[in-house]
Design a protein around this ligand. Sequence first.
Ligand code: PEP
Ligand code: MN
Length: 338
Amino acid sequence: MIVEMTTGATPEEIDGVVQRAKSLGLNIQLNFGTDRMVVAILGSNTGQLSTDIFAVFPGVASVTRVMKPYKLASREFKAEDSLVFIDGIEIGGRRIVVMAGPCAVESEEQLMEAAKAVKESGASVLRGGAFKPRTSPFSFQGLEKAGLELLAQAKEHFGIPVITEVVDPHDVNLVAKFVDILQVGSRNMQNFALLINVGKSNSPVVLKRGFSCTITEWLTAADYLLAEGNNQVILCERGIRTFEDSTRFSLDISSIPVIKRNSHLPVIVDPSHAAGHYSLVPAIAKAAVAAGADGLLIEVHPNPKEALVDGLQSLTPSAFARLMEELRPIAKSVGRHM
Ligand code: PEP
Ligand code: MN
């Protein structure tokens, strides 16, 4: 249930609603909007309660039931767009934020070369996997802690924030010590133990869409992070599984405007995992910016032919530099900039 307070409702009036919710064993979350204050009343039995329970309180303007499964990620709870800040970089504002780098951290030389290249071309964040969730147990699983140390080294050396995936709920604190943004991968979108631990951390998080999950399930997974108090949440569309097999996944371009309509959270797009082939990445990246994405997550490898993971979908540094230039006029045409 969403309780909207009147403009100028007093702290005592807000507390009246909060205490009533608590007396009913319900949880609450507050949103201090620009012109209205909203109290979200959360609990499994709110559906059985009359909205009058809260409507009678002084200072209450309206009480509405959110019929969607997700509450805190919804526009009903927060009408204004959320902004996420990483090292002074704003995500969800006018600027298209690009995160780029190799699928996996492979060596010091590879990561430093990638970091230098993506930074020079205008990327704001360096990506690189240290823990890789691989389909086969026999595939390269990542450098793990040594990979985190290399990411921290690249951050220090190039002054660029870093993002990496966390796969184990017990590793959240360790990974958060080394990087600026935690990535929850597609295969873990509904790993609720992981979401709860990432939600308890203070780190910004990129929540990738599960490749067999609906937008509603994705936003409901985001509620797990928000419910734990982490409101630095960025969504990432990375393609879903369909009958089409000429690309690795099918990028659901419609999810961008759907997210923008139904949620206040910023959304970025990963064209690399959707495409599965480097030659398709630029067109998909441009379509994403044109459709309103707040940023991109792109795989770039100094030498894709030698990559241990996802070489086929990785851009070379020069292809990435070209794409960054080609994105500029597209961003401008939709009122954004790179
Ligand atoms: C990745 O970003 O390297 C990755 C594994 O992506 P996804 O979780 O979308 O498959
Ligand atoms: Mn990858």
